[in-house]
Design a protein around this ligand. Structure first.
Ligand SMILES: CC(C)(COP(=O)(O)OP(=O)(O)OC[C@H]1O[C@@H](n2cnc3c(N)ncnc32)[C@H](O)[C@@H]1OP(=O)(O)O)[C@@H](O)C(=O)NCCC(=O)NCCS
Length: 242
């Protein structure tokens, strides 16, 4: 049974608000943004955000040419739709605007889970991406290391390219603390694939459990090659919640 959001946690809920520069204002003025639960009426916009502002930029998806391999692309869309249906995805909006500024595909992983959401992935190019992610979590064994039976994880942090470089990913990650507290979770952990998300994670207080240079994965399995990938390393990073 997948873990379910506690019934006493309101939905949709605003988890975090912050101020950051507005790309539509030349004077660099700060505006308010909010991070909240994604509602069903915006699922298509979330898929659009990931299709247009994640697929070609995120190092593993870009390396795996997911957009260009029809079966992998379909699989990725199905995977995203599954994650959205779990109702843990959070999105960021600028106050007074409906434009989707950013999002994070969240999910709860339980020690007792026999199956994982990544079981949905069958194509070769996508399985390699899943395999290296699993190598990270299996090597560390987060459940034992942190003494938890479940934790909040994520399968993609995306900021609309128009809004990048304004600290928005960092602020979206700050929502993990109030979410974990409301859900009664004592840990959040994620495989951060790019420097642009590893820096924000460290700023928010995530600590590195394991870092693997992409060119080191061939030592684990000769098929885990990442020649030319647009990132140096994959980092499994965790934030225990007090
Ligand atoms: C990664 C991503 C979410 C970052 O969003 P963002 O809102 O621009 O991030 P922030 O502004 O909060 O912080 C990014 C930090 O990384 C740094 N950074 C980004 N790219 C970098 C690079 N190539 N080299 C060095 N530092 C880099 C920025 O300078 C910034 O640090 P700073 O504030 O100390 O200057 C966004 O670029 C994105 O959606 N990328 C495509 C999808 C992706 O790769 N997601 C991450 C997968 S886990």
């Amino acid at each position: 049974m997948p873990w379910e959001r506690p019934a006493n946690v309101p939905f949709p809920n605003v988890w975090w608000t912050f101020e950051a520069p507005d790309p539509d204002r030349e004077d660099g003025a700060l505006v308010t943004y909010r991070v909240e639960d994604l509602t069903e009426d915006r699922f298509d916009d979330a898929i659009k955000l990931y299709t247009e502002h994640f697929l070609d930029d995120e190092p593993l998806c870009s390396y795996g040419r997911v957009r260009h391999i029809p079966a992998s692309y379909e699989e990725m869309l199905a995977f995203w739709h599954y994650l959205l249906s779990e109702k843990f995805t959070i999105v960021c909006y600028k106050e007074g605007s409906k434009e989707m500024v950013g999002a994070n595909l969240l999910s709860v992983k339980m020690a007792s889970d026999k199956h994982d959401v990544t079981d949905l992935i069958k194509t070769e190019s996508m399985q390699k991406l899943v395999a290296v992610n699993e190598y990270m979590t299996d090597t560390v064994n987060l459940f034992e290391r942190y003494g938890v039976d479940k934790y909040l994880t994520a399968y993609g942090l995306s900021v609309n390219s128009r809004y990048r470089g304004r600290g928005i990913a960092t602020e979206i990650l700050k929502a993990r603390r109030p979410i974990c507290r409301a859900f009664g979770l004592r840990l959040t952990s994620t495989n951060f694939t790019a420097i642009g998300s590893q820096i924000p994670a460290a700023k928010v207080g995530f600590k590195t459990d394991l870092e693997m240079q992409y060119d080191e994965f061939v030592k684990v399995n000769p098929t885990y090659t990442f020649d030319g990938i647009k990132s140096k390393s994959l980092k499994l990073m965790s934030l225990p919640i007090e």
